[in-house]
Design a binder for this molecule. Sequence first.
Ligand SMILES: *[C@@H]1O[C@H](CO)[C@@H](O)[C@H](O)[C@H]1NC(C)=O
Ligand SMILES: *[C@@H]1O[C@H](CO)[C@@H](O)[C@H](O)[C@H]1NC(C)=O
Ligand SMILES: *[C@@H]1O[C@H](CO)[C@@H](O)[C@H](O)[C@H]1NC(C)=O
Length: 620
Amino acid sequence: MRSSSSWFNKTTSPKPPLSWLIMSLITLLALVALLRSSSSSSSSDDIDSAAPRRPASLIYTNYRRIKERAAVDYLELRSGGGARQKELELCGKERENFVPCHNVSANLLLGLKEGEEFDRHCRVATPVERCLVRPPKEYKIPLRWPTGRDVIWSGNVKITKDQFLSSGTMTKRLMLLEENQIAFHSEDGLIFDGVKDYSRQLAEMIGLGSDTEFHQAGVRTILDINCGFGSFGAHLLSLKIMAVCIATYEATGSQVQLSLERGLPAMIGNFISRQLPYPSLSYDMVHCAQCGIIWDEKKGKFLIEVDRVLKPGGYFVLTSPTSRPQGSREKTRIILNPIEELTQQLCWTLLAQQDETFIWQKAASVDCYASRKKRAIKLCEDEDNVQSYYKPLVHCISGTSSRRWIAIQNRSSGSELSSEELKIHGVQPEEFYEDTQFWRSAVKNYWSLLTPLIFSDHPKRPGDEDPLPPYNMIRNVMDMSANYGGLNAALLEEKKSVWVMNVVPASDSNALPLILDRGFAGVMHDWCEPFPTYPRTYDMLHAHGLLSHLTTKRCRMIDLFLEMDRILRPEGWIIISDTMGTIEMARTVATQVRWEARVIDLQNGSDQRLLVCQKPFVKK
Ligand SMILES: *[C@@H]1O[C@H](CO)[C@@H](O)[C@H](O)[C@H]1NC(C)=O
Ligand SMILES: *[C@@H]1O[C@H](CO)[C@@H](O)[C@H](O)[C@H]1NC(C)=O
Ligand SMILES: *[C@@H]1O[C@H](CO)[C@@H](O)[C@H](O)[C@H]1NC(C)=O
């Protein structure tokens, strides 16, 4: 209640006006707002006392209408401090699929080549005017999970006719249906994607009975390089394996855009010149099916990067028609020879080969590196530096002295980390347990806030039964400052049909290894830069404490919010939790980017507030 009464003080003590006309209008609006708010807040008190035993529920105290907002804007204008905060304009049509830091023609002009022109270059990007990226005219809200995994609206993604015609490979099969839909899979077998057979084949090559046994071989997370349209990953997710797709920026027919549109984990990423933004020893399997990388180039640096992110005992799967023995064994030999050399240096063993598929296994024990015959590739030295953000590719083997060197076959099963494992990450079990409890209760509260009712005259209260948001309304979630991945764990516990991109701010204490060791998707990122994804790819963004963390940085809140707006789907949700002062500031900026916003007081005596926002579906 505190904040709402200070609010009233503001509106009831207006200073001399600029123009009588505006003044009388605003006074009228403020009066109406005041009367309505006080009546609604007293009625909510009634409800509260009627239901006093609601467990530690969140209570709305600061709920505003557009009219009130007008009054506030007016007061801010009048108080003379700072310019009036206007709503930002929409960008032009040419920015509909805008991905900042990925301007290929500009990079070519700068002389970048050999693939580096497709790389991420934020620091050379010319500043552009601030505007809101608009959806294409034909944009439709995606179908709900899991329907949306198999069928998407073709107007939502940028894809050309030619790309339809050339979509022949196993992981890139799709079909144009009527009503502007693209289908990737069908139960009746009309589109045979072959992915299930392929997955079974890989399992057998590893020595398993079927692909439902991947977990028994220690495989929980997979990095899928150039994933096609994500069909392999979609199948793996159904086996409870977290498959993350990475692919280079593509202006049309993007694998990352299509995967995310289907509700599958993906981000723009490559390792042409720099390491991936993941720590070493991150994934149980790295997968490349016709991914177009020439592995023996650059003295094997690409393969060394794969080795870096692979966990001990992990698998590298390479499916490539170029390694097909076309009639003669000689040809296979020629192509595989350089790779064979490299894999021996890296202490990988070729587990199996079938047709065009090869599976290597990384050494489970560090002893192997000392027993290599030739040691052309040395072990890296500066092993303390686990932050691999904007680091160039290296020509040495990483992770061998890490405390996280545990063979995937030997670690505890399940997503819960043992107390020994927590200690390896420098986390006390009690602290971790508290974090888990905190997010359990937070998720229960959050979820009931995700309804348009929260912005209405009779706002929805946490704990109210009806109408809950549909269980599958939200699929792609981004936790912008994920800490230990507690939000992700709590969402899974609640059996929400979501996946979470756990982002660890680059300047934060680095818990990303812990997040990845829990089997979650995660990435390091500097929030003063755009996130490597396409517009309209997430349903919900969550930022806990991120804003006050960023106030000490060189970047501005408006630019962060513009970026959040870009990556959020129309009608997507934002939940920001922070201190009162920061939330007040954020509320003003939220109106600039046209979000519906409401401040929620947690009413537990702290100065923490929630800002719940929804991005409107602007159709113009
Ligand atoms: C990309 O760079 C070119 C050349 O510098 C420039 O003309 C163009 O406007 C840029 N595109 C975007 C979307 O910024
Ligand atoms: C797994 O652990 C056992 C005992 O702790 C050890 O003997 C074995 O070598 C380990 N296996 C791998 C693959 O590291
Ligand atoms: C109040 O709740 C917030 C968020 O739920 C939490 O961070 C804070 O520690 C709580 N404060 C108190 C005094 O319980």
